[in-house]
Structure formats: C-alpha cells, structure tokens
Design a protein around this ligand. Sequence first.
Ligand SMILES: [Mg+2]
Length: 259
Amino acid sequence: MKTYRGYLLDLDGTIYRGKEVIPEAVAFIRELRKANIPFLYVTNNSTTTPELVAQRLSDMGIETAADEVYTSSMGAAAYLQERYPAGTDVYTIGEAGLHAALAEIGCKQVAEGAKVVIAGMDRAFTYEKLAAAATAIRHGAQFIATNRDPALPTERGLMPGSGSLIAAIATASGVEPVVIGKPERILVDYALERLGTSREETLIVGDNLLTDIGAGTNSGIDSLLVLTGYSRQEDLETSNWQPTHLAKDLMEWWQKCQA
Ligand SMILES: [Mg+2]
C-alpha cells in the first residue's frame, strides 16, 4: 500500500452526516494527528465560514482550527484575487461564507457595473438577483461559480443546491461560469498549495463519486471513496469517475494502511 503524506478530506458524508458525526471519522482524525499527517477539510459548501465549520467540528468532538478548513468561497476569492486588482467591483449572489471570503480580499460589492459576478448557494435567491447577475454578465462581467452541486441533502430531503441557481444564471446570461468547486481542479489546486504536500503524496477523500472522486481524477491525485455518505458501491459500475481506493469507512481505510 502506498503511503500518503497528506489528506484532503470532504466533510458531509465523510466526517459527519447532517448533524451526526461519523464515529470512524473521529477515530481516523485522531490517528492522523497522532501520526503527524497533515490534512485539510475541503468543502464545496460556500455558505459558511471556516471559523463556523471549525466550531461545528469541535462541537462534534473533533478539535479543529479555522485554518484546517478550505471552502469553495475561499477558492473563489483566491481565484479572483489572482486575476483582478484589489477593490474590483463584484456582484455577489451568496451567503455569509462567500461575503466573508470576498471581504477578506477587499472586494467592493456593487449592485450595478460589476466587473465580476460571483455566485454560490443563496437561500434568499430572487428574480431580481438573477436579473442583476445576468445583466452584468451580458455587459461583460466574468461569471464565477463557487460550485455546481445540483442538490443539497437536508432534513426536508434534496433541496436545490448552488448548481440549480448557477444554471438559472447561465441560462439567463447565455454564459457558462468558471467553476471553482469539486469536481473542478481549481479548489483542489488551492487546497494542495495550502496543505503543502505534493500531488503524488496526497490523497483526496470523499463520499461522492461525482464531486470528490471526480476532483481527484481532474487534479491528477489519488482518491478514496468512503461508503458513509452519498455514493453506493453499486454506483461504481456506472460511474465515469473511478476512485483509486474504496473503503467502507475511514477506520477501515486506516487499518488497510497499517497492514
Ligand atoms: Mg460529501
């Protein structure tokens, strides 16, 4: 078995399911810390800040610092910062996580005349916001999306995700966005840079073939599918994305590594 020196870990379905932590994940994180193996939580969730994610994990019994979390909103802000001067006019559709990430890099949020439209999950999405975003893009603003997850698992069942809103903006403007989140490689590249391990020695872990395992393939890094969340073993038969490794849960994986 190849030894991995760094881990990029998905959250929902991998570390917890909704409000419940996955016990094998708690034990696995403990082992990683004991072995001094660096890791970073990488999430497509654009709505929340790394501080709140860290707090949530700590409340679940996994002591976490904010700098151990990397969100698609942070990736979107990093992408913007690389290409545009500080103080660039941006029209934003999103929640607290995206607003905080953009504030951190000094973006100026405007209602009209934006150079960039940046969109993620927004549970207060309206026709007016759609119209403003589409108009800005039609006038030449670049269109950036945090992620394209079509649906969100909630207590009410599957609810429209960021991808549903992005599809509306793409249809209304006639322009497809640059997408930051998994399965695109942009988020993984930034996360790798932050983690500091090389592509060859890093493993990306997740419960979703379409996003996590797709991201591994698109980024050229090995992947592990855990069967604690979204994807089922039988989904492998029809999936375009195939993980490098498969495990029932994170402790089964850890034991395989020790064998
Ligand atoms: Mg997941």
